[in-house]
Ligand binder design. Structure first.
Ligand SMILES: Nc1ncnc2c1ncn2[C@@H]1O[C@H](COP(=O)(O)OP(=O)(O)OP(=O)(O)O)[C@@H](O)[C@H]1O
Ligand SMILES: [Mg+2]
Length: 398
């Protein structure tokens, strides 16, 4: 290829990146032919191959993504790359080249994920064609040329019995969790980053009846659930012209017109809480979400602060949240005998202050019904009777 071709490659790469769509070999060839109609087949093939090398695959990171058991690959700089293989973060010896190489890689991965990433739009969030969740931030928002976070997709989606096999829940809880799903009780799966929330949510959804229509709403497609009737909606960021954004809030509203039996939001982290609370308080039962929270006890405060983002007062959130989400399942990562484990540590019920004496200063409280340390026996807590009551009450409705 000569320098003219380099120029053509750079221009087409720019167009492909700006198009905001997943990059595939077919799309590359289409763009090359469209850009330079006068090019012969050989030149088209040469330029397409050059673009494929630049735009497809994860380059030097691929070897890390392919490691057995790897869940996360995190790039903080060209020589500062970490992996999580289930036992916490470990630094690798992989070197990505210069700052410029790292920036190019971040932009290439963004193009693969069909997102825009450049100086005007320096953050990107999407999924690579193989399902890997991709997030990147460019300098000067970060110290390095780029910071990239990759989450490897889970190849299998677990059901509740597999959560028991993987020691994520004690065997005694399996029928209780199945009953919570069958009773169409709204659930918040809470936990810290990477704790296993999405994994637990997927297992819960697999327990939903095959006759139920699940409408799943996510920022980028992640939750893999084998269910015969699942419709997945994905939000969209603004495009290069600053328009075209579709928010999670809009999708929750749309989902109400789609005859959902269950509305599920992969991760609630903003003003969409308002539409969700409204939906779950107006007859749409059995919804489920994940939420970042440090403990089950923190969930009420998190819901209140998300509600405030959407202009809802704590009193309104308190009023609506206990109907919308009666149960919290908290997922933890903790060491036991030198092994880092992921497990559900609490099944709690959300109650209004009026329902319980023990919540000074907060309008809602989370009461443990069951707790577990990840090993040994589980324990019943002060919310156990309330959980039983919810399950009995739901049986009478279903
Ligand atoms: N019990 C487990 N054993 C091994 N790997 C697991 C287990 N549970 C989850 N994982 C893996 O850990 C990673 C994080 O899990 P998951 O996506 O469920 O967490 P999360 O809490 O939803 O994360 P985030 O905060 O990023 O949304 C995934 O790659 C998943 O496949
Ligand atoms: Mg998640």
């Amino acid at each position: 290829m000569n320098s003219d071709d380099d120029h053509v490659v750079a221009s087409i790469r720019q167009r492909l990146i700006a198009a905001n769509e997943p990059v595939t070999s077919a799309r590359i060839e289409h763009y090359v032919r469209e850009y330079a109609v006068a090019l012969g087949d050989e030149a088209v093939a040469d330029i397409s191959r050059a673009l494929e090398r630049q735009l497809l695959g994860a380059g030097a990171l691929q070897q890390l993504l392919d490691l057995p058991g790897v869940t996360d690959v995190l790039v903080n700089g060209p020589q500062d790359i970490w992996v999580d293989r289930g036992q916490g973060l470990q630094r690798t010896r992989v070197i990505l080249g210069s700052d410029a190489d790292l920036r190019t890689l971040a932009m290439r991965l963004a193009a693969n994920a069909g997102c825009r990433l450049d100086d005007a739009c320096p953050t990107a969030d999407g999924r690579l064609p193989d399902g890997t969740r991709f997030h990147a931030v460019l300098a000067p928002l970060v110290d390095a040329a780029a910071v990239i976070s990759l989450r490897v997709p889970q190849t299998q989606s677990w059901q509740l019995p597999q959560l028991v096999e993987q020691a994520m829940i004690p065997a005694l809880w399996e029928p209780i969790l199945a009953q919570i799903v069958a009773a169409r009780i709204g659930v918040v799966v809470s936990g810290a980053t990477g704790a296993g929330k999405t994994t637990v949510l997927a297992a819960l959804l697999r327990a939903a009846g095959a006759y139920e229509r699940i409408v799943l709403i996510e920022e980028s497609r992640e939750l893999m659930v084998e269910h015969p009737h699942l419709v997945a909606l994905q939000s969209r960021r603004v495009n290069a012209e600053g328009s075209g954004e579709i928010t999670l809030s809009q999708l929750v509203k749309e989902s109400l017109r789609m005859r959902p039996d269950r509305i599920v939001v992969g991760e609630v982290r903003g003003a969409e809480i308002r539409e969700l609370l409204l939906a779950f308080n107006t007859g749409h039962r059995g919804g489920a979400v994940t939420l970042h929270a440090n403990s089950a006890q923190d969930v009420p405060a998190r819901l209140v602060s998300l509600g405030q983002l959407a202009g809802l007062s704590p009193a309104v959130v308190a009023d609506q949240a206990t109907t919308a989400f009666s149960v919290v399942m908290h997922v933890r990562r903790a060491y036991h005998q030198g092994q880092l484990r992921r497990f559900v540590s609490n099944v709690a019920v959300l109650a209004g202050r009026g329902d319980t004496p023990s919540a000074p200063g907060s309008a809602i409280t989370s009461l443990d019904a069951l707790t577990w340390r990840g090993y040994g026996p589980s324990r019943e807590g002060p919310g156990w009777a309330e959980l039983q009551r919810l399950l009995t009450a739901a049986q009478q409705v279903v």
